[in-house]
Design a binder for this molecule. Structure first.
Ligand code: FES
Ligand code: FES
Length: 155
């Protein structure tokens, strides 16, 4: 089947989508957006997080057909023109990226948190990121990055 959706503000189409195909697969393999990562394909790790009509979802658990006519934002959509967006920059500057596999999901969850709550406490940050798993960083640098992104937005 063909699906039509808006991705990062641009109208896109994908053909030959099969009924059981995930949105994650369609984004990566059909629409050329490899930012969202496939780590578990079971809704456990958060590395595939995108926004569907503004709401964070695990794109590995969403059928591509469910995105028909809807708006999807991927990590590629967090850029600020040709530059990194503020949350992306904070992760780089605070050393919150090692292998990077989890990073797109953390970026999406962090931006969602800061859009809802610009000055989160540490427990609120931990709760917001509880669905994102990282095997490399020990999480402290990620917490530093979220705090830095929040401080930057407050300036
Ligand atoms: S790949 Fe979707 S939650 Fe892990
Ligand atoms: S940086 Fe490697 S899994 Fe998080």
């Amino acid at each position: 089947m063909r699906i039509e959706l808006t991705v990062n503000g641009t109208r896109r189409e994908a053909d030959d989508v099969w009924e059981g195909e995930s949105l994650l697969y369609a984004l990566r393999e059909r629409l050329g957006l490899p930012g969202s990562k496939n780590a578990c394909e079971q809704g456990e790790c958060g590395s595939c997080t995108v926004y569907l009509d503004g709401v964070p979802v695990c794109s590995c658990l969403v059928a591509a057909g469910q995105a028909q006519g809807r708006e999807v934002t991927t990590v590629e959509g967090l850029r600020d023109g040709d530059e990194l967006g503020p949350v992306q920059r904070a992760f780089v500057e605070k050393g919150a990226v090692q292998c990077g596999f989890c990073t797109p999901g953390f970026l999406m969850s962090t931006k969602d948190l800061l859009d809802r709550n610009p000055t989160p406490s540490d427990p609120e940050i931990r709760e917001a990121l509880a669905g994102n798993l990282c095997r490399c960083t020990g999480y402290e640098k990620i917490l530093d990055a979220v705090r830095a992104a929040a401080a930057e937005r407050a300036r």
